[in-house]
Design a protein around this ligand. Structure first.
Ligand code: NAP
Length: 249
């Protein structure tokens, strides 16, 4: 028996990296997918991969920082598949990597708009739809930087701490509607987001994880799959790090 048979799921930022791995994992476990990203070409690649697996997926281009995009994603789930049971708010950006005192209004605003406001706008549209389907699950992709900080990433760290708090607040409000809401805190994961680093930085970051390496997108997808499934039926308001021991030290 597959874990998500009969379920309809949407995943934001599903054109690349962690979001793509999550979407493919959901599809492999029987879910029908609404794939979303700002990058239509990458989103189409994810749809093609899912179809090659024998799954069903539609792509909807949407910027998670805009409320209308989330309304369109929920509408697409209803239009194509008749319901929405699972939403994974994954899309996120790293920001400029500057000291707090050098951070521009624009960088602060954009990181907060995508990583934090985007999750709020998503859940505001998703919770009533999932409740109307009889219940389900929301999985927000935060970061290990939702519980600890690094220098030169203040907007990102603040946005991910905010995402964890938002997850807990939503979980309390949505529990009565049978909507579970949880967050995942990945350590550093080898995806396009991290591809701009030089080798010395890649090695230094690996050494900060107790397991001595970067994680893979699939390792995060496994957690996001479990949280979305009925196997996690008593789990809500939780923040699960999957960080190779980064935050255990
Ligand atoms: P990624 O490789 O950059 O992929 C993210 C995807 O989201 C890209 O296709 C990107 O398109 C898209 N996107 C960017 N802004 C968007 C927006 N406003 N609306 C919709 N889609 C948007 O990122 P990732 O590494 O897989 O990260 C996914 C999530 O995991 C993020 O929330 C990130 O903060 C979190 N995370 C990542 C790591 C890590 O080490 N990689 C660690 C902890 C947490 P473009 O490429 O065209 O911008």
């Amino acid at each position: 028996m597959m874990m998500l048979t009969g379920k309809v799921a949407l995943v934001t930022g599903a054109g690349a990296g962690i979001g793509r791995a999550i979407a493919e994992s959901y599809a492999r476990e029987g879910a029908r997918l609404v794939i979303s990203d700002v990058n239509a070409a990458l989103g189409a690649e994810t749809v093609a991969t899912i179809e090659a697996l024998g799954g069903q997926a539609v792509f909807v281009k949407a910027d998670v920082a805009e409320a209308a995009g989330h309304v369109a994603l929920v509408a697409a789930a209803h239009q194509h598949f008749g319901a929405l049971h699972i939403a994974c708010n994954n899309a996120g950006i790293a920001g400029g990597g500057r000291a707090l005192t050098e951070t521009t209004d624009e960088d602060w605003g954009r990181v907060i708009a995508v990583n934090l406001t985007g999750v709020f706008l998503g859940m505001r549209a998703q919770i009533p739809a999932i409740a109307a389907a009889g219940g389900g699950a929301i999985v927000n992709i935060a970061s290990v930087l939702g519980s600890v900080a690094i220098p030169n990433s203040a907007p990102y760290v603040a946005s991910k701490h905010g995402c964890v708090g938002l997850t807990r607040a939503a979980a309390l409000e949505a529990a009565g509607q049978k909507v579970r809401v949880n967050a995942v805190g990945p350590g550093f994961i080898a995806t396009p987001m991290a591809a701009k680093l030089d080798q010395a930085s890649i090695d230094a970051i690996a050494a900060k994880h107790a397991l001595g390496r970067w994680g893979t997108a699939q390792e995060i997808a496994e957690v996001a799959l479990w949280l979305a499934s009925d196997k996690a039926s008593f789990v809500t308001g939780a923040y699960y790090t999957a960080d190779g021991g980064y935050s255990a030290q």
